[in-house]
Design a protein around this ligand. Sequence first.
Ligand SMILES: *[C@@H]1O[C@H](CO)[C@@H](O)[C@H](O)[C@H]1NC(C)=O
Ligand SMILES: *[C@@H]1O[C@H](CO)[C@@H](O)[C@H](O)[C@H]1NC(C)=O
Ligand SMILES: *[C@@H]1O[C@H](CO)[C@@H](O)[C@H](O)[C@H]1NC(C)=O
Ligand SMILES: *[C@@H]1O[C@H](CO)[C@@H](O)[C@H](O)[C@H]1NC(C)=O
Length: 573
Amino acid sequence: MSDYLPIGGSKPRGIFERRRLLATVVLGACALLSVILLAGHTVNSPNNKDSICSECAGFKALRPAFNKSLNHILYNQDYKMSVIEKLAGAVKIPTEIFDFTPSPSDDPEAWVHFQELHEYLETQFPYVYEKAQVEKIDGFGLLFTWQGSKPDLKPLLLMAHQDVVPVEPNTVDMWTHPPFSGFYNSSEDLIYGRGTADIKQLVVSHLEAVERLMLDGFKPQRTIMISFGCDEEASGSCAAKIAQHIEKRYGANSIYAILDEGGQVGEVDGVYFAEPVTSEKGYLDAEITVFTPGGHSSVPPDHTSIGILGELIVDLEKDPYDILIEENNPALETIKCFIKFGAIKDEEIAKHLSKNNLKKLGTALDNRLALKYLFKTSQALDIVSGGIKANALPESATVLVNNRIGMHSSVNETLGHIMKHVQSKAETYNLGIKVLAGRYSKEETAEVIKPVTESGRFVIRLLDPLEPAPFSPTSGSQVWDIISGTTVSTYKQKLFGGEDAKVYITPALSTGNTDTKSFWNLTRNIYRYSGSLQYKESNEHTVDEKNSGLSLLSGVAFMYQYIPNVDAYATDA
Ligand SMILES: *[C@@H]1O[C@H](CO)[C@@H](O)[C@H](O)[C@H]1NC(C)=O
Ligand SMILES: *[C@@H]1O[C@H](CO)[C@@H](O)[C@H](O)[C@H]1NC(C)=O
Ligand SMILES: *[C@@H]1O[C@H](CO)[C@@H](O)[C@H](O)[C@H]1NC(C)=O
Ligand SMILES: *[C@@H]1O[C@H](CO)[C@@H](O)[C@H](O)[C@H]1NC(C)=O
């Protein structure tokens, strides 16, 4: 990750689930927990229910069920430095993952840094390693299980991943501090290095929250699990194995809730917007190859495979997917909240929203790059190759089309869109069409859509297909309410403005995918959310990735409260 829309940022991030325009729904959603909620004031409750109604203002602080070290976590400078040093140490271990990193059984050498990270974590979190069961899944996946006293309760699962995207060697000199230095500049409160933001921060903050709870004598009734995949930035197969392991042990639908990387808490003009990501778009890579006869290039046909592929590429780009604003898309809720409370200032969008004119809203959003792909399938022509010799006709040419599938669509529909254009070219140039699935499957096993001719064939290889994720519950869900109430409580601490701080919670949509894609069978309550304060210039996946110490500590503070809150308040889900 992360590919969702941080407020004030330029990249698309989450958006919301849309609900009816009824202020009563707002109250209903939050009434569930009202017995255990602190009497805090409700901020900016919707005063004009004919205009934009967003539920995002309706949450009150949840009184922490356990808060022994909360002040220590938030205000003790030595403690802060100790957690920053734990993160810095993890960042110094370069757990880079490449698209073609061999599996651990094929080449254990490629994974030495993961082994090093495991040993490092053990030195930094001695209580966790003593009191929790620690399992290594499929070599380098990590699963921690802190057994609760009531085994009937569904376990809570916290997730992150150990791997980081590689540092491009040619960019090393461009970093302010070396990419694997973990350098901390205290006057800026910034930690530099690959993984500080994506996502070793979360590895450290999950373990630190649990370590501190153990140290403080907290004893859970509900089992707490922490899982760290080892190749999220590649295939995510490590986390998939962990998911299978958990399903084997506990069964399907056996987990209370999952919290993974994703949304954070953004701050705009002193107002806090929390964005738990409640769904993710789907995914499909289509690798399209045109095969045509070779020969000497002094007597070429009118169109070589490269020319035919070029025409296909032009056709695809001229035919983008349609936008569709659906009521249940979480991104709609995000936009409502941002517009209503000033995190996005856009009069045209505000006007269409206030009239609930989804058609015009769609047309307007289709002109805004940062927002439109929350409501439609994207296609990006990312890789192309073909030809090897100046005087030889190219016998093949290949393009890879990367698609992020919109919430209203499907893998099948996306393939349909691609096939329409391939079929048209196949007719024009009298070529066959074959479709096959997976990186390594052989062409003999392909499905023949149109028989191969003397002129050649198209071969479409479908890679990593994933349907859009199910929507996780929001309004009316106690799981959602506990996440929200804990967030408000965290950001109403003195450090962030105290009781008067404005804290809004909105569901969001991610245009990218996380390891949670392999965990749908375990629970419908999947929230890609860390509760940490977003540092806006974090430069994930590029030069000068960095994060603030405040972001790190706010994440620990959130999780330190969230675990006991679930233990005390959840009636199960
Ligand atoms: C911890 O809880 C106690 C009892 O509810 C409360 O008086 C105290 O202010 C809380 N401390 C923090 C930091 O929230
Ligand atoms: C720390 O950051 C400050 C402010 O950006 C800068 O002036 C200073 O040079 C930095 N220190 C180091 C050691 O990089
Ligand atoms: C897949 O899409 C095609 C159109 O591209 C449609 O005819 C077919 O019914 C779809 N199949 C499923 C299972 O949805
Ligand atoms: C989820 O469960 C279904 C039905 O048992 C199974 O076919 C599928 O492979 C499971 N998905 C994952 C990701 O394990």
